[in-house]
Design a protein around this ligand. Structure first.
Ligand SMILES: [Zn+2]
Length: 238
C-alpha cells in the first residue's frame, strides 16, 4: 500500500476510535443516573409517608380533644339529671346523652382507625428507609466504579490522541488537508475499504474498469461514486 494511504487509513481509525469514547463515557454516566433516579423516587415516597403520618397523628389529636369535650358534656348531662323537673326534660336529656355517647363511640373508632393507619405507614416507612440505605450504598459503590471506568476511558482516549498527533506530524501536509476536506462531509468514514468490489463508504459497486484501475494504482484513489478515499482491505484488518 502507498505510504500516504497507509497513514490515512491509520489516521481515520484513530479518529473513529476517539469519537467512540464519548458514547462510552456517556453510557457510564447514564448508568449512574438510573440509580440516582431510584434514590430520588424512594426519597419522594418517604417524604410523602412522613406527611401522611403527620396528618393521621394530627387528626388523632383532634379526636382526643373532641373526646374530652364529649366527656365533659356527659358530666354536664349527669348533673342536669339531678335537677330535672319533668318527664319531657328527662327525655330530652336522655336523647342528648345517647347522641353524645354515639359521638364518643365514633371518635373512639376513629382513633383506632387512625392509629392503625399510623402504625401501618410507619412500618412501610421503616422498610423504605432500609431500601434507601441499601440503594444509597449501591450508588456510592457504583459511583466510584464508574469514575474509575471513566478515568480509564479518558486515559485510553488520551493515548489515542497522542498516537494520532504523532502520526499527523508524519503525514504530508497536502495529503492531510485532502483527508480533512473529505472528512468535513464524510465524517469518520472519509477513508473506506473496498470489499467485494464495493465502496464501504457509500456501498456502491465499482465498475470493472474502475476496480481494475484501483487494484493497480499506487496513488491515493477515491471512490468514483462518493469521493471517499478507498483502500484494499488486507486479511489482517477487520
Ligand atoms: Zn463510495
Amino acid at each position: 500500500m502507498n505510504k500516504h494511504l497507509e497513514q490515512l487509513v491509520k489516521l481515520s481509525k484513530f479518529d473513529k476510535e476517539i469519537v467512540g469514547f464519548e458514547p462510552q463515557i456517556k453510557g457510564q454516566n447514564d448508568k449512574l443516573k438510573v440509580f440516582l433516579k431510584t434514590v430520588e423516587e424512594l426519597n419522594d415516597k418517604i417524604n410523602k409517608l412522613y406527611n401522611e403520618i403527620d396528618e393521621a397523628k394530627n387528626k388523632r389529636i383532634k379526636n382526643d380533644i373532641h373526646l374530652k369535650e364529649l366527656a365533659d358534656r356527659i358530666k354536664e348531662i349527669n348533673a342536669k339529671y339531678d335537677v330535672v323537673k319533668n318527664e319531657k326534660e328527662a327525655k330530652a336529656l336522655q336523647l342528648e346523652e345517647e347522641i353524645t355517647k354515639e359521638q364518643i363511640a365514633f371518635a373512639n373508632n376513629e382513633i383506632v382507625r387512625l392509629d392503625e393507619i399510623t402504625s401501618s405507614k410507619e412500618a412501610t416507612l421503616e422498610t423504605l428507609k432500609a431500601e434507601l440505605a441499601t440503594e444509597e450504598a449501591d450508588v456510592e459503590e457504583l459511583r466510584s466504579a464508574i469514575s474509575k471506568n471513566i478515568e480509564d476511558l479518558e486515559a485510553k482516549r488520551e493515548e489515542v490522541y497522542k498516537e494520532k498527533s504523532e502520526l499527523v506530524e508524519k503525514i504530508d501536509g497536502k495529503v492531510l488537508s485532502f483527508y480533512e476536506k473529505i472528512k468535513r462531509w464524510a465524517g469518520n468514514s472519509a477513508v473506506a475499504p473496498i470489499k467485494n468490489q464495493a465502496c464501504y463508504g457509500c456501498h456502491m459497486k465499482l465498475t470493472n474498469r474502475a476496480y481494475s484501475d484501483f487494484l493497480v494504482t499506487e496513488e491515493i484513489f477515491t471512490c468514483p461514486h462518493c469521493g471517499r478515499i478507498i483502500y484494499k482491505e488486507t486479511a489482517t484488518e477487520e
